[in-house]
Design a protein around this ligand. Structure first.
Ligand SMILES: [Zn+2]
Length: 138
């Protein structure tokens, strides 16, 4: 095997191991109710789908350094679309959600832990701008 591929596979496995610990940890912290304000139940008590309600605040695909940080999550119902909306309907709507203050607290805690490369990502710049100025960066 090429050494680069070996490195990649090692990184993927390591990431998976970190997430395998993160999801059950976050499950314990979930309330059982979606925190967007809709009042729908989350999947906390669903052994098969509980992971779908553990939503990364900073997406795990970009922010590897904190992909398993115990505060890098928001609770969202999966059935009914709140998790999907959070990921796909645009960050601008996050500030209208019931847990926006909580999300900001998490941002203040997590932002100093990010790498320079992570901070230069568009997602970070938008979230930072939304928190400090109430609008997206670009
Ligand atoms: Zn919801």
């Amino acid at each position: 095997m090429e050494p680069e591929n070996e490195e990649k596979i090692k990184a993927i496995l390591e990431e998976k191991q970190r997430l395998d610990k993160w999801f059950p940890l976050i499950r314990k912290k979930l309330t059982g109710v979606c925190q967007c304000g809709c009042g729908k139940p989350s999947s906390k008590n669903d052994d098969k789908y509980y992971k779908f309600s553990c939503c990364h605040l900073f997406p795990k695909s970009i922010f590897k350094s904190i992909l398993d940080h115990p505060e890098n999550y928001l609770e969202r119902a999966f059935w009914g679309g709140c998790h999907t909306n959070m990921d796909e309907a645009g960050m601008i709507k996050w500030k209208d959600k019931a847990d926006w203050e909580q999300a900001k607290e998490k941002f203040y805690l997590l932002a100093p832990l990010l790498t320079d490369k992570e901070i230069s990502h568009k997602f970070y710049r938008n979230l930072e701008s939304l928190i400090y100025y109430g609008k997206l960066a670009d």
